[in-house]
Design a protein around this ligand. Structure first.
Ligand SMILES: [Zn+2]
Length: 82
């Protein structure tokens, strides 16, 4: 489990990343959430975009890199401290 600093969604229409309106405190809560399958408005083009594993990325507290949530790196973040 790691502390989350930022969650981004990639718009399926304009392909740009923008901050998600949804926020979770850590990777554990995030993983159990029902974020996936939801929709939100893209802040950049105003179109509705779905939140799926492929177009969500998370930045962890204390790290500069983003983690795609369908990657092995993400899996290891969740499994830590379990
Ligand atoms: Zn957009």
């Amino acid at each position: 489990m790691a502390k989350i600093r930022e969650i981004d969604i990639q718009c399926v229409r304009c392909n740009r990343w923008s901050p998600s309106m949804i926020f979770f405190e850590n990777t554990d809560v995030f993983n159990r959430s029902t974020l996936l399958g939801n929709k939100q408005l893209c802040l950049l083009c105003g179109e509705e975009t779905p939140c799926n594993k492929e177009n969500v990325r998370v930045r962890i507290e204390g790290q500069d890199t983003y983690f795609g949530i369908d990657t092995d790196e993400w899996d290891s973040l969740i499994s830590t401290e379990k």
